[in-house]
Write a protein that binds this ligand. Structure first.
Ligand SMILES: CC(C)(COP(=O)(O)OP(=O)(O)OC[C@H]1O[C@@H](n2cnc3c(N)ncnc32)[C@H](O)[C@@H]1OP(=O)(O)O)[C@@H](O)C(=O)NCCC(=O)NCCS
Length: 168
C-alpha cells in the first residue's frame, strides 16, 4: 500500500470501491478541461465507467490530500499490453488552487516507481495537443512523443507519449 508525503500533502492509494472513488469523481469534474464537453448523464456515469474500466486490470489509483483530508489531486491507470508490459496512465489532475506546487510531478513519480516495481517495461499516456502543462511535465519526466490519435468527439489530437521504465 503506497503512503507518502509531498510537503504537507499526504499521498496514498485509493481502493476501487464506490465510497472511495466518489470524492475523486467529484474532483475529476472540477479539474479536467475535457469534462466541459460531457453531458450531465455522462458525468453521473463516470463512477461506473471507472469501476468497469479498471476492475481486473491491476489498476493503481493514487491521490493527494490536504492535512484536513480533502482530496486535491489524483492519478490513475492500469497495466496493459500483450505481456502486460505497459502501464497506461489514463487520467489525472490537480485542483486549480493546488497547482504548481509539484503535486502533478509527485504523483507521476509515485505511479512510475510502482509500475517499474511491477515489472512494466514502459508507461504510456495520451495527452491532448492543447494541454501544454501536461505535455511539459511529461517531457520533463522523461516521456517522448511516439504517435498521435485524431479525436472523434472533440477538436484536436491526442499525442501518444511513452517513457521507458527499464532497459528492454
Ligand atoms: C497538468 C497538471 C496535472 C499539472 O499539475 P501540477 O501539480 O500543477 O504540476 P507540477 O506543479 O508538478 O508542475 C511541474 C512542472 O510542470 C510544468 N507545468 C505544469 N503546469 C504547467 C502549465 N500550466 N504551463 C506550463 N508548464 C507547466 C512546469 O515546468 C512545472 O514546474 P514549475 O512549477 O517549477 O515551473 C494540472 O495543471 C492539471 O490538473 N491540469 C488539468 C487536468 C489535466 O490536464 N490532466 C491531464 C490529462 S488527464
Amino acid at each position: 500500500m503506497i503512503e507518502t508525503k509531498h510537503g504537507d500533502y499526504n499521498i496514498h492509494e485509493i481502493a476501487l470501491t464506490p465510497e472511495a472513488l466518489q470524492p475523486l469523481v467529484e474532483l475529476h469534474h472540477q479539474v479536467l478541461p475535457s469534462r466541459a464537453y460531457a453531458s450531465e448523464e455522462k458525468k453521473r456515469g463516470l463512477l461506473g465507467e471507472l469501476q468497469a474500466a479498471l476492475a481486473g486490470r491491476d489498476p493503481l489509483i493514487v491521490a493527494a490530500f490536504t492535512p484536513a483530508g480533502e482530496i486535491v489531486a489524483y492519478k490513475l491507470g492500469y497495466r496493459t499490453g500483450n505481456r502486460r508490459e505497459c502501464f497506461y496512465s489514463w487520467l489525472g489532475g490537480v485542483h486549480p488552487f493546488h497547482r504548481r506546487k509539484g503535486l502533478g510531478r509527485a504523483l507521476a513519480r509515485v505511479q512510475h516507481d510502482w509500475a517499474r516495481e511491477q515489472g512494466c517495461l514502459y508507461v504510456e499516456t495520451h495527452t491532448w495537443g492543447d494541454n501544454p502543462g501536461m505535455m511539459i511535465l511529461n517531457l520533463q519526466e522523461g516521456f517522448v512523443a511516439s504517435g498521435s490519435i485524431a479525436a472523434v468527439d472533440r477538436p484536436g489530437t491526442r499525442i501518444i507519449m511513452r517513457k521507458m521504465l527499464q532497459a528492454p
